[in-house]
Design a protein around this ligand. Structure first.
Ligand code: G4P
Length: 526
């Protein structure tokens, strides 16, 4: 039997992030194929949350059910146990995605070679940077016409604000794409556009090996040598420790659809990506090797059926061994809870598990005990740092339209916020409730769920708002003065923290200039 330490060392828990359409689903599926978790291409694809052009809420609801299955995909690859956490690609689910990133130990970013870095990727990378999450970049769709790889590298550095280091390099792209030279392993992989076949590998001694000329032709071989020389001149040697500190991102090139460059990515990934790391709790640092169990809830998946107000809380195991039916302390309420039917996700199947180790995700059926960010332990009073909230992008006042149901509305709003569907701010000037989201669709979702699950009716009143900023200062008088001067724009978040509601970027800049002693934060983790 493997020891706790061995179980930890072999785990790789990560998320794949990308802008919709860059190839995340395709890459996920190919990784699962390599892990033997699925046997045919297309298996994940059919589970995908389709990109709905309109805010087709009923369609999204149908697909939510399906997305539980793909929330966590666990599989074994060689000696490694890999957990891929799915980050919903639909734009309106961005908040959920942010939180998922707090439960991973590393990230693979997929970028489309023709489109480069796109908005969603940029935003998600900000979260990775905040937490120094190690990232590997996969530049996808090399079989299609795209941008010059050197330009892509420059753009990655500029847009994602991280140093990069190519570990593989393409020989042409688009129609002339011939393959990649694997800088990490010093090998040459030739491209054959075939969705089911793995790469054809040419054994070479070094970049000067004449077998490269024989395989790709003299012209392309000498261009490759020039490129590699340039890369070695410009980019420092790959340093694994810098990658682990989140300072440098290795870059791979390939084509997920053609299963090209994917195995190389996976082989390098399992070697260099981190196993579960220690986590800073409020009280102390928790090492995964500690025998006592600790974990936190990073995602709650509600059952949309109003007759069963049950949900699944996703718990990331941070230390020790999680065991079925063992008594665990729910820190926020002080209750002792036992879980009779915890589930884990292996090879696309959800099944009841008896134990789980650091890095694993356990799904716990719940009827309203859990809130996003809750800590569970074997008994010790530990509080994992609350997951950060980010400034929402859209804001509306929420108004009750059925005065007989104000209790229900209140309760519904509280529970939906606990689940992390959106953020609630209370305006200090007029006492009104403001709901902030990252996508228009969430307003529809909230309205629908309040009605169907809580019997409460609401309407939305638009408001002009640019950003919600958490404000603080070392100087209490300066903070008091700021709050007095801006009292029409002050609100409290659910934890009672001061939030400045800036209605335009101009107003925010002015406030920053006028009040140098105040710090403005766009995320609640500061
Ligand atoms: P996403 O999860 O990031 O949104 O992307 P997804 O994998 O769904 O890929 C988006 C589209 O890009 C898909 O085409 C997919 O087949 C295609 N694609 C992914 N990787 C590659 C690649 O390496 N080369 C090329 N040429 N295309 C790639 P689609 O037409 O939207 O879907 P489908 O009809 O193929 O299923």
């Amino acid at each position: 039997m493997a020891t706790l330490n061995e179980e930890i060392k072999r785990r790789r828990t990560f998320a794949i992030i990308s802008h919709p359409d860059a190839g995340k689903t395709t890459l996920t599926e190919k990784l699962l194929l390599f892990g033997g978790a699925i046997h045919i291409a297309g298996a994940v694809k059919s589970n995908k949350i389709k990109k709905t052009a309109t805010s087709d809420w009923m369609e999204i609801e149908k697909q939510r059910g399906i997305s539980v299955a793909t929330s966590v995909m666990g599989f074994n690859y060689g000696d490694y146990k890999i957990n891929i956490l799915d980050t919903p690609g639909h734009q309106d689910f961005a908040e959920d995605t942010f939180r998922t990133l707090t439960a991973v130990d590393s990230v693979i970013i997929v970028v489309d070679v023709a489109k480069g870095v796109e908005t969603q990727t940029r935003k998600l990378m900000e979260v990775c940077r905040m937490r120094n999450t190690p990232v590997i970049i996969f530049v996808n769709k090399l079989d299609r016409e795209g941008r010059d790889p050197f330009d892509i590298l420059d753009e990655l550095e500029a847009e994602l604000k991280i140093s990069v280091r190519p570990l593989s390099w393409p020989i042409n792209i688009g129609a002339k794409f011939k393959g990649v030279y694997n800088i990490y392993e010093h090998s040459l992989d030739l491209f054959t556009p075939d969705k089911q076949k793995a790469t054809e590998r040419v054994e070479i001694e070094s970049i000067d090996d004449p077998r490269i000329d024989a395989a790709v032709g003299e012209a392309d071989a000498s261009k490759l040598r020039e490129d590699i020389e340039l890369i070695d001149g410009v980019y420092p040697e790959f340093d694994e420790s810098e990658y682990l500190e989140g300072k440098v991102a290795p870059v791979f090139f390939g084509s997920a659809l053609n299963t090209f460059g994917v195995k190389e990515l996976l082989d390098c990934f399992v070697k260099i990506a981190p196993s579960p790391k220690p986590v800073e709790a409020l009280e102390r640092r928790i090492d995964p090797e500690e025998p006592a169990f600790t974990g936190f809830v990073f995602k709650i998946h509600a059952n949309m059926d109003p007759n069963h107000r049950s949900c699944i809380a996703f718990v990331k195991v941070c230390s020790g061994k999680f065991e079925r039916n063992a008594p665990y302390k729910h820190i926020r309420t002080g209750k002792s809870l036992r879980f009779a039917a915890p589930t884990a996700f292996m090879a696309q199947k959800k099944s009841i598990v008896d134990e789980a180790f650091p890095g694993d995700i356990v799904g716990i059926p719940d009827t309203g005990n859990f809130k996003i960010g809750d800590t569970l332990t074997s008994g010790e009073e530990i509080h994992f740092r609350g997951l950060p909230s980010f400034s929402p992008e859209l804001f509306m006042y929420i108004e009750n339209t059925d005065p007989m149901k104000s209790k229900q509305l209140e309760k519904g709003i509280q529970q939906l916020m606990d689940e992390g569907v959106a953020q609630l701010f209370t305006h200090q000037f007029n006492g009104r409730k403001v709901i902030g989201t990252v996508g228009q669709l969430q307003f529809e979702v909230i309205q629908y769920r309040l009605l169907h699950e809580y019997g409460a009716q609401c309407r939305w009143e638009p408001m002009t708002m640019y950003k919600a900023c958490w404000v603080e200062s070392d100087d209490p008088d300066a903070l008091a003065m700021f709050k007095k001067r801006k009292h029409q724009f002050m609100a409290l978040d659910r934890e009672g923290r001061d939030v400045f509601l800036a209605d335009s970027s101009f107003v925010l800049t002015m406030a920053q200039n006028d009040f140098p002693k105040i710090r403005f934060h766009f995320s609640s983790e500061f």
